[in-house]
Design a protein around this ligand. Structure first.
Ligand SMILES: Nc1ncnc2c1ncn2[C@@H]1O[C@H](COP(=O)(O)OP(=O)(O)OP(=O)(O)O)[C@@H](O)[C@H]1O
Ligand SMILES: [Mg+2]
Length: 272
C-alpha cells in the first residue's frame, strides 16, 4: 500500500487548482475574442445600415425642398411638408447618434489636445439646459465656476458628454426637482459632479448603463423625448459620454440609490 503524506495531497491539489485556473483563463480568452468579433460585426452592420439610410433620406429631403420651392406654392402642402421635415430631422438625429457611437467604439485616434476651460464649458451648458430645466420646473445650481480649471481636449466632444449626463439628471428626476453641478479640482484632476435626487439606479444595473443601446425600461414603455420625465432615445448617451471621457484620459463613475438619486462623477486630467 502506498502512503501519501499530507504535503503530497496539498501539492496535488495545488497542481489541480493551477490547471483549473489555466483552463478557465483560456476559456475567458476565447470568450473575449468571440465578443470582440461580435462587437466588430455589430459595428460593421450599423455602419452599413447607416450608409444605406443616409442616401434615401437626403434624396427625400431634396425632393421635398424642390416641391416646396416650385411656384405657385400649394398651401395645402405646407403642413405635410413641415411634418415630413420634422420626421427627417428625427431620422437624421438617430443616424448621427448611432454613427457617433460606432465611431467612438472603434476610433482609437487620440483626441485633439487644445486647452479647454471647464468653467466656460459648463456656463455654456447652463444656458443650453435652461430651456428643459424650466419646462420641467426644475432647479439647477452650479458651484465652483468662479475658478478656472482647464483640461486638454476637444471642447465639442466634452460638451456632448456633459450635456447627456445633465439631460439624464433632468429626465430621470421628477418635475420641480433640484440638480446640482459641482466643479472642483482634486490634485491633478478636474472633477465634475452631476447630482440629482431622481429615481436612482438599481445596483445590478450600474454596470449596464454605460453599455450601448441600454435603457432601463421595458421596450413597450419606451417613449422618446428630449426632456420629459423618464423619456429616452436610443440608450446611447452614457455609452458615448464614457468613450469620450476615457479618450480624454478621464473616468466616469456613478453612485446611486433607488428613489434617492444619483451622482455621476467625471474626472479629467487637469491641464498644468
Ligand atoms: N441620472 C440618472 N438617474 C436614473 N437613471 C439614469 C440616469 N442616467 C441614466 N440612467 C439610466 O441609464 C440608461 C442609459 O442612459 P443613456 O444616457 O445611455 O441613454 P438614454 O438617456 O436612455 O437615451 P439617449 O441618451 O440615447 O437619449 C437610461 O435609460 C436610464 O435608465
Ligand atoms: Mg441619455
Amino acid at each position: 500500500m502506498i502512503e501519501t503524506s499530507g504535503d503530497e495531497i496539498g501539492k496535488t491539489q495545488l497542481v489541480q487548482y493551477a490547471q483549473d485556473l489555466h483552463r478557465t483563463y483560456e476559456q475567458l480568452l476565447a470568450k473575449n475574442k468571440e465578443l470582440e468579433i461580435l462587437e466588430k460585426k455589430k459595428n460593421d452592420f450599423l455602419e452599413m445600415i447607416l450608409h444605406e439610410l443616409r442616401t434615401p433620406i437626403t434624396k427625400v429631403m431634396m425632393a421635398a425642398e424642390i416641391i416646396m420651392s416650385s411656384r405657385p406654392i400649394d398651401k395645402k402642402a405646407r403642413l405635410p411638408y413641415e411634418s415630413l421635415k420634422k420626421g427627417i430631422k428625427k431620422l437624421e438625429y438617430v443616424i448621427s447618434e448611432i454613427a457617433l457611437a460606432a465611431q467612438q467604439s472603434h476610433d482609437k485616434a487620440p483626441v485633439r489636445r487644445g486647452e479647454v476651460l471647464l468653467s466656460a464649458l459648463i456656463k455654456r451648458l447652463k444656458v443650453d439646459v435652461e430651456q428643459f430645466i424650466t419646462t420641467r420646473k426644475q432647479k439647477i445650481t452650479f458651484s465652483g465656476l468662479s475658478r478656472d480649471i482647464a483640461v486638454k481636449g476637444n471642447p465639442m466632444r466634452l460638451y456632448d458628454a456633459f450635456f447627456n449626463i445633465v439631460q439624464n439628471a433632468s429626465r430621470f428626476s421628477k418635475d420641480g426637482a433640484e440638480i446640482k453641478i459641482r466643479v472642483k479640482r482634486e490634485g491633478d484632476f478636474a472633477v465634475v459632479e452631476v447630482i440629482d435626487r431622481g429615481i436612482g439606479i438599481e445596483k445590478s444595473k450600474i454596470g449596464l448603463i454605460f453599455g450601448s443601446f441600454y435603457e432601463d425600461v421595458d421596450i413597450s414603455e419606451h417613449h422618446s423625448g428630449d426632456f420629459e420625465f423618464k423619456s429616452s432615445k436610443l440608450g446611447l448617451g452614457l455609452y458615448i459620454s464614457k468613450k469620450i471621457i476615457e479618450k480624454h484620459g478621464g473616468s466616469i463613475s456613478v453612485e446611486s440609490k433607488v428613489g434617492k438619486g444619483s451622482t455621476f462623477t467625471i474626472k479629467l486630467p487637469a491641464a498644468l
